[in-house]
Design a protein around this ligand. Structure first.
Ligand code: ADP
Length: 404
């Protein structure tokens, strides 16, 4: 057992690292292809630490980009000895964002030629770490090699775009890792429970028919739970690949809400919660796929009960303009404001630890949003913060004569 546990962590870490390395190498490949010499660096009043450098440096000087990124750059032969100190001081002194400043100096190429160049440097962003971007804008005695300010600006934007993309890729990668860890946990938990109860039964570790029935019931409940997690995962991939088909029909909302109420009242009772339904203007008809609309209501009412310990849940349906508006309001744990925006993104859970305690794969809201939008409605989630309960509102087009 100890051996297995030890093995698991390094495997995940090394895959994570490999993917990070891959993203970084793609970015480096782009930067390497840029024809002009642009670099980014972090500076303090005395220190210049190069971070990135385009392939144009190699074309210009004959040295590899690694030579530019070396920390002892100013002690190398690339910059003429007479200019090295001045150049470093200049680069370290640039401090106003978006105001480019020029410095002229001489580069000694690998082939021993002297090139007089003018470099333009500006501060990137306004943070105190002072990241700068610089690039050679003119090259004396070599017509056709000068780089315009607009080229420098365009490359600066590309640099920033790539940095953003890189950050986004790393975030997605991290979410995927968290999702895999959570999902495998969600799949293993009911499976282990099924195996556990079936083992007790087959080994004869039960006393009497009542206990046998209890063990079988537990195994069955876990099987249903396992099935619902697997269904969620399959639903998401079906929706994302555009293979989810809808059967739009006239849905009698009153009947549907009645059904939901019967389904959840027992669960609510077991937790000591109230579960009320209110139909403001019966009869209501929606233009929807009955099974999918039911799935959304089950997801949302299920969440409301799952995340509520005291009080209860109210489900209402009413006409709002050309839509039927559904509201699922609970008095549960609520959701921190900063987490609300992201909840409809795949694999996001407001609080991983709470979710693990309450179960779930973090896909219910994503699926609900997709289904509601596919049926022509909208969905939003509101909470004034932890401990204040949660309200989910969604709309579905109402059934009109033209739909008949
Ligand atoms: P799951 O419930 O399977 O984790 P969902 O996509 O249905 O996945 O929900 C995502 C997250 O949103 C939940 O993990 C929870 O943190 C939060 N959430 C959803 N509904 C509620 C609710 N009614 N009250 C509090 N938090 C909720």
């Amino acid at each position: 057992m100890l051996h297995m546990k030890r093995n698991r962590t390094p495997k995940r870490l090394s895959r994570h690292r490999t993917e990070n390395k891959l993203a970084a190498s793609r970015r480096t490949a782009h930067i390497e292809k840029m024809p002009c010499f642009i670099y980014t660096a972090e500076v303090s009043s005395t220190e210049f630490v190069p971070r990135d450098c385009t392939g144009g440096f190699r074309t210009l000087t004959g040295y590899t980009t690694a030579s530019f990124l070396k920390e002892d750059f100013y002690n190398t032969t690339i910059v003429a000895r007479k200019d090295a100190e001045l150049l470093q001081k200049f680069r370290c002194s640039v401090n106003s964002a978006n105001v480019p400043r020029d410095v002229s100096y001489t580069i000694v190429t690998r082939q021993g030629k002297n090139l007089s160049v003018t470099e333009q440097v500006t501060v990137l962003g306004a943070d105190s770490s002072r990241k700068i971007i610089g690039g050679v804008v003119t090259l004396s005695g070599k017509s056709g090699h000068s780089v315009s300010l607009s080229t420098l600006e365009r490359d600066r934007l590309r640099f920033e775009e790539m940095a953003k993309l890189n950050k986004h890729l790393l975030e997605i990668n991290q979410l995927k890792d968290e999702f895999l860890a959570n999902t495998s946990h969600e799949l293993r938990t009911p499976l282990n429970s099924i195996i556990g109860f079936l083992t007790l039964i087959t080994e004869g570790y039960y006393e009497g028919v009542e206990e046998l029935r209890l063990f079988t019931r537990n195994a069955l409940d876990s099987s249903y739970h396992l099935l619902s997690v697997i269904n969620d995962i399959l639903d998401v991939s079906k929706i994302e690949s555009g293979k989810m088909q809808l059967q739009i029909e006239k849905v009698y909302v009153d009947e549907l809400i009645e059904e939901i109420s019967t389904l959840f009242k027992v669960q609510a009772d077991q937790k000591g919660l109230t579960f009320k339904c209110s139909l403001k203007e019966p009869p209501l008809f929606a233009s929807a796929d009955l099974r999918k609309l039911k799935q959304v209501l089950i997801n949302l009412a299920g969440n409301a009960i799952k995340f509520t310990q005291t009080g209860g849940v109210i489900v209402t349906a009413e006409i709002k303009d050309r839509h039927v508006k559904f509201t699922i309001k609970d008095t549960g744990i609520g959701i921190p404001r900063e987490k609300q925006d992201k909840l409809f993104q795949k694999f996001i859970q407001a609080d991983g630890s709470a979710t693990r305690r309450h179960g779930g794969s973090g896909l219910g809201l994503v699926i609900s949003k997709h289904l509601v939008e596919m049926m022509g409605g909208q969905i939003e989630i509101e909470s004034r913060g932890p401990g204040t309960g949660t309200t989910v509102i969604f709309t579905i087009p109402k059934w009109t004569k033209e739909d008949a």
